[in-house]
Design a protein around this ligand. Sequence first.
Ligand code: THU
Length: 130
Amino acid sequence: MTDPLVEAALAVRQNAHAPFSHFQVGAAIEDAAGRIHTGCNVENATYGLTMCAERVAVFKAISEGVRARQFRRVAVATDTETLTPPCGSCRQILWEFCGDVEIVLANPRGKTETHRLRDLFPHPFDASYL
Ligand code: THU
């Protein structure tokens, strides 16, 4: 059975701009209305200005009018046997915009793994401390 969110993450992965690492990542986020927002990693010659797929997807969704906390699930796709979890920076951004969402990791051969962000990102800093 295919999951449209995983399919969207796998599809957008093809758009990755990764000439330096050749590591292509796709991300897809489902909002509360059931709409899917996608992103791929976009690398930069400075390396440090590279943007991860997950953050591209979140920022695209926000800029299209989805409000923080109006997200249900996130899928992250890479072509690896050991599925790739979001990096630390993306976990922070996902926590702030999505809260304790479900994160589905996937590869093109149908392997998936599901986590809660709370488990991947325990004891987070967020606006509740400000
Ligand atoms: N990357 C992502 O897009 N998401 C992650 O959570 C991990 C890393 C990208 C950044 C860079 O373009 C490449 O993968 C290698 O680190």
